[in-house]
Design a protein around this ligand. Structure first.
Ligand SMILES: [Zn+2]
Length: 119
């Protein structure tokens, strides 16, 4: 039996076990990957692979880094507006700006709080 046949046979077996075929191919053998009931991603030839999970993890990390940076930038910009208000407390434009900054920061914190790694 050729190696490919074994892969196809294993794939059929995985489907019988209730695994779902993903539209992602194994980077090594280009067989379609399967998602098991327990959430593991497997290749019929190579067994458990972590390709997909890594990508998700990377996305999460990238998102959390950019949110942190954005929050930092917003805080700094807001502080410069706060300085303006100190010299002129009646500056309504500056007040509006601060409200917008606070609104943006609140949204960032909301997104961060629903990210799984902060739970
Ligand atoms: Zn493979």
């Amino acid at each position: 039996m050729s190696k490919e046949d074994t892969g196809v046979k294993k794939a059929a077996e995985l489907l019988r076990q209730g695994a779902t075929m993903l539209d992602i191919a194994c980077p090594k053998c280009h067989m379609p990957l399967f998602k098991l009931k327990n959430g593991d991603i497997v290749c019929p030839n190579h067994g458990k692979v972590i390709v997909v999970k890594d990508e998700e993890e990377e996305k999460k990390i990238t998102l959390s880094i950019s949110l942190d940076m954005l929050e930092d930038v917003l805080f700094k910009s807001m502080n410069s507006v706060v300085e303006k208000i100190k010299t002129d407390p009646m500056d309504s434009d500056a007040l509006l700006q601060i409200i917008r900054y606070l609104d943006a920061i609140e949204r960032i914190r909301k997104i961060k709080s629903i990210s799984p790694e902060n739970k």
